[in-house]
Design a protein around this ligand. Structure first.
Ligand SMILES: Cc1ncc(COP(=O)(O)O)c(C=O)c1O
Length: 561
């Protein structure tokens, strides 16, 4: 007799092994075993089709209860079940016409284009096995190169039992709070910073806070604005007009971006500009490609705005000085791709993207009609002759770009919370709706301070840059005292993204460093794919802290790794 066992299981390591091990030991005749996702990211659904006596099934299920959370056993007669399968089909498309035909077939069959290659498409189809078979037959003349099909995933048809009940404690856990937010952790940067703050002997090289005070002229401008009574009420939502005009002139002069003031929204830091962008342009199931390793908050923000979808990473090539490979970027594009996110200069790796790399990025954005979200928070901190280029300044790029800037690092104004976005009028109108709902307007006093920062003397920015060059050298010199750590010299920003030899678990190392060496750094895994086995050191802090912090770090790795 055929039975379908459906089990909802928490995603703990080794669960699939334990399950298949038990079936093998008991010599159960399995026809198929399929693992599929459920709406809850932490729970998977196992569908096992077995051909056994009722007796034996009962024993197996009892056993299963001991190792995993089995919810229900269905007797498998097809009229009681909705049975589905999933297939992946790789089809060659030699000409654009053929590609269009294959895309049309995919649409007719409601198949998802999972991947787009230069001369092939990979289609994903879920449905009844007959539907999959028909799709396969339609595609066959076009050159099916690979075809894989899952075992059946079956759910019972009867009323209220389509989705077998999940046990109470799981329901409780799920219903308490947002599952998406449950899945997000407070950034490793803040956690390490918090750990460091608990003990004054710990030196923090974790969070990227510049050690400088905000320049005096900026503080004074804020005081004057308060005394004049300019800061007591909400301002225009998109920012005070003189500031938007000053920013329009600044992006024209320094970034070579032509925009009207109406295309600029002054935000609560670059952080707000990013979240309104994600919320403003993404739909459920859309994907963003992150050129990684990438600033940790980009990733969590996209996940929040994106309703829990997975970020797609295209890692830079560390052994080629963090080079961007355009073919990898293009290979990651599929029909769900909405945007590519670039952090230039990059936090955490300190890369400054070349004109050629940016041109290839724009080419891809044009070809697939994608947005480019460009975070340029560290635009003024580039070294060794590297030149920061705003991607939106390249020919034909502006209509794809949402460029995000910040005053936080440039003028050492992290506490004032002012950033801004520059994009097309249509997208700016869209983002403004989100901005208005979230914050109403940026803080008034900070906007007057920002106006002075943009229009006043700029010598502080040059001074900060030369101090960062000196501090970067402190890190480079310290690293000469060990062969356990390797660094591609950062060309921008103020972070050193250091590779730890021996494939060490970077989270464990970061925790050990705080506990046993009294120095806080950020584990590289927090920055997405390509970040593992690295630690990030900020050289935004005072020289003496940096020297001592690096000394502790090097002593610890030399002793323990
Ligand atoms: C790449 C990047 N973008 C944005 C931010 C945050 O900027 P803001 O203070 O303007 O919100 C940071 C802060 O560390 C950053 O590193």
């Amino acid at each position: 007799m055929k039975y379908t066992i459906t089990a909802f299981v928490e995603n703990t390591p080794g669960v699939l092994n334990r399950m298949s091990d038990m079936f093998t030991r008991r010599k159960i005749n399995i026809e198929s075993l399929t693992v599929s996702e459920t709406e809850q990211p932490e729970i998977s659904r196992f569908t096992v089709l077995v051909n056994e006596s009722k007796d034996k099934i009962e024993k197996v299920v009892k056993q299963l209860y001991k190792i995993i959370e089995v919810v229900r056993v269905y007797e498998n007669t097809d009229e009681h079940l909705i049975a589905k399968e999933i297939a992946l089909i790789k089809v060659y498309t030699k000409t654009p016409d053929e590609r269009r035909t294959v895309e049309d077939i995919a649409t007719i069959f409601d198949a998802h284009i999972a991947h787009v290659g230069n001369d092939y498409l990979i289609l994903e189809k879920s449905g009844h096995e007959n539907e999959i078979r028909s799709l396969f037959l339609m595609l066959k003349p076009h050159g099916v190169q690979e075809f894989v099909q899952s075992g059946r995933i079956a759910v019972q048809k009867e009323k209220n039992t389509d989705d077998p009940k999940i046990t109470n404690d799981i329901v409780q856990k799920i219903k308490d709070t947002s599952r998406i937010v449950d899945g997000i952790e407070v950034s490793a940067i803040k956690r390490l910073q918090l750990m460091a703050a608990q003990d004054e002997n710990i030196i923090s090289l974790a969070q990227g806070i510049p050690s400088f005070d905000t320049p005096k002229n900026i503080r004074e401008a804020a005081k004057v604005a308060i005394d004049k009574g300019l800061c007591d009420r909400y301002t225009a939502g998109y920012g005070i007009e003189p500031l938007r005009q000053a920013l329009r002139d600044k992006v024209k002069r320094d970034n070579h971006i032509e925009a009207q003031a109406s295309q600029i929204i002054v935000t609560h830091g670059a952080i707000e500009a990013m979240i309104i962008t994600f919320i403003g342009i993404l739909n459920p199931r859309d994907e963003i490609i992150f050129i990684s390793p990438d600033y940790a908050s980009h990733i969590t923000q996209a996940v929040i705005a994106h309703y829990g979808a997975r970020p797609i990473y295209v890692p830079l090539e560390e052994d080629k000085d963090w080079k961007l490979d355009p073919s990898k970027l293009e290979g990651a594009v599929n029909q769900h791709t909405k945007a590519i996110l670039i952090c230039n200069p990059s936090n955490p790796v300190g890369k400054v993207f070349t004109k050629k790399e940016l041109e290839s990025l724009v080419e891809i954005a044009k070809r697939y009609n994608l947005y480019i979200i460009s975070d340029e928070t560290y635009e003024y901190f580039t070294f060794d002759g590297s030149r920061h280029i705003s991607v939106a300044s390249l020919p034909g790029a502006a209509e794809h770009c949402i460029s995000i800037f910040s005053l936080s690092k440039t003028y050492s104004m992290t506490g004032w919370r002012i950033g801004y976005s520059v994009t097309t009028q249509a997208v700016a109108n869209q983002l403004f709706k989100v901005h208005d709902s979230l914050v109403t307007c940026p803080t008034a006093v900070s906007q007057y301070a920002a106006l002075e920062a943009i229009e006043g003397p700029q010598n502080a920015v040059d001074e900060f840059r030369s101090i960062y060059i000196r501090r970067r050298q402190i890190v480079i010199d310290a690293l000469k005292k060990t062969n356990k750590l390797k660094l591609v010299t950062p060309q921008g920003g103020y972070f050193a993204f250091i590779k730890v030899e021996n494939d060490i678990d970077d989270y464990e190392l970061a925790i050990d460093l705080v506990k046993h060496a009294a120095v806080a750094v950020v584990p590289g895994s927090a920055f997405g794919l390509g970040g593992e086995h690295h630690i990030r050191v900020s050289f935004g802090c005072e020289d003496e802290n940096l020297i001592e912090g690096m000394k502790r770090l090097i002593a610890y790795v030399n002793k323990t790794l």
